[in-house]
Design a protein around this ligand. Sequence first.
Ligand SMILES: C[S@@+](CC[C@H](N)C(=O)[O-])C[C@H]1O[C@@H](n2cnc3c(N)ncnc32)[C@H](O)[C@@H]1O
Length: 533
Amino acid sequence: MSLVDGIEIRASDIPGAGNGLFAKRTFESGDVVLQLPRPLVAELYDQYREHSCAWCFLRAPASEMERKRAMAFGSRTADITVTACTGCKITRYCSKVCQRKAWKSEHKYECKVLGQEQLNQPARIVLKLLGRIRAGEESIKTIMDYHSKQNDVKTEDPDYHDKLSQAVATAWQHCERTEDLSGGLAMAMTLGFNVMLNSLNLSNTATPSDQVGRGFDPVLCAANHSCDPNSFFVFETPRAVLRAARKIKEGEEVFISYKSDTKPFKYRQAELKEFYFFDCRCPKCEKGTAPDKFNMPSTELSPVWCQRAKELLHIQKRDGVDLSKYWVGSTDADIRMTALQAEAFEKHEHGQEVGDIEDSKTALRICLESKMWPLSREPVPSILRDLQTAYMSKGRIYSAFRIALKLHFVIYTSRGASLPGNLYLLSSFNVMQLAFGVVESSDGARRIRDMEENFQFRLLPMGLLMQMSEQVPLTVGWNSEMGHRVQHAWRTLLEPLGGVPPEPMKRQIAETWPKMQAYAESIDLLAIVNNTG
Ligand SMILES: C[S@@+](CC[C@H](N)C(=O)[O-])C[C@H]1O[C@@H](n2cnc3c(N)ncnc32)[C@H](O)[C@@H]1O
C-alpha cells in the first residue's frame, strides 16, 4: 500500500538545498509519514546477490547454521530459498510472485545482458532505468529533475567520477537504443549520477549493519538531511517507510539523517561532503560547534592529559595528520582537545579497518581516562558497539552484555527523543538476546547470582519484551522482520504463563527497573577493557 498523501515536495527551508519534503498534516511520534510498497529503484549490492531475492530483498540463510539461527529467532527468512532466473542464471528470486513482478517491472530489460556480462551495481541500475524509460515509464524521468552533482564529484573525487562514468557507459553500450532515449549518453550519465548520489542504503531493521542494497525514490529521496532529524527511515523488505521520530507539525519540513548525526560538527560536515558532496546547513550545523559539549571546558583538561595532547600534536604535525575534521576551537586548550579527539577517532577507525580491538580500547581509554568525554559523545558509543560485537565473537558474553546494558540504559536513554525509535528497539532486542546468552554461558549461574544482589536479573528479558511490544507499532510495525522476532519471543516466553505477563510480575518489573538502571550506571567500562572487572 502506498501512503504519500500526508506530505508534499516544495522548496526547502535550508538555503540552497533545493526542494524538501513537508508535512501536510501533524504527525505524532511514531506515525507513518510516508510509505511506499517498494522504492522506485532498488538494487542489491553485489555481495548480497547470491543469497537474496532481487525483488523483495529477503535474504535466505547462507548456511545450515544461519537457517537454524533464523528459526530460533522466529524469522520468516528461515524457510526461504532463492532460485536463479533460468535466463541469466544470475539474478535470484524467493518466489514466482517476486520473479513475475521483477520481470514485468525491470528484469526483462537486463536479463539477456546479465547472462553474458558481469555488470556492477551502478551499471545494472542504469541499464534497468534506460529500459524503463524506453517502455514509457514517466516517473523514471523525474530522476532527471534532481540537482546533478556530477561536476562536484568530478572536482572532489575524480576516481569515483571515473568509476561511475565507466559504469554508466557500460550500461549505455549494452542497452537497446530507440528514439525514446533521445538524451543519449549524457542523459544516462545524469540518471546514473542522480540515483547514486541521492539514494539511501537499504538495510533490514533487524540487521542494520547488513546494508543489502541501494534504493532511490523521487518522493522519499526528496527528504533533506538534518543532524537533528525529526523522522527516520526504515526499510522493511521491500517496503520503504518514513516515521516521525517526534511530533512534526503541519507545514514543517521532514528531515532524515543520511549519515552520523551524533558525531562532532566538523566531523559530520566532512563525512557529508565526502559521501554526498554537500555542505550541511541543517539547523544543528548552523549552530556550529556549540552542541558538541565536552564534560568540562577544554581549559580543565588535567596536566597529565595536557602533556599527552602536546605529545600527540607533535606526532600528528610530523605525520601530516589532517586535524580539520576534529577541530574544536582555536585556543591552545581547544587545540589540545583537537589532538585528543583526532587520536581517539583515528585509533578507533584504524581498529575497525584492521579488525583489531586493541585500537578501539586505546581510543576508549583516551575518552574516559581524560574525563572529558560524556558517554554519549562520539566516538564513545561507536567504540562500545564495536567492542560489544568483538566480545560476542570471542565468546566473552558477560562483557558484551554489560556493554550492551551501558549503551541501552545509560547512553541511549540519555538521548531520549533524539534517538530514532527503531534503534532503541534494536538495542532492547540486543540486550534481551545477550541476557539469554549469559544464562546459557558456562559461568552464567555465578554471574547472575552476583547481579541479583542488585536487581532481579530474571525479570530483565520480560521487561524488555513488554517495552518492545509497545515500541514495535511505533517504529517498524508488526509486519516486519523485527516485529516477527518480537512476536516469536513473546510467544516463547509467555505461553507457559498463559500468554500475557501476570500482574504481580509486571509490578516486580516496575520495581526492579530503576535498580537495573542504577546497576547499568555503575558498570565500569574501563575495568571491562582492562580485564579488571
Ligand atoms: C536526496 S537529495 C534531497 C532532495 C534535494 N534537496 C532536491 O532538491 O531534490 C540530497 C541533496 O539535497 C541537498 N541537501 C540535503 N540536505 C542538506 C543539508 N542539510 N544541507 C544542505 N544541503 C542539503 C544536497 O544538495 C544533497 O545533495
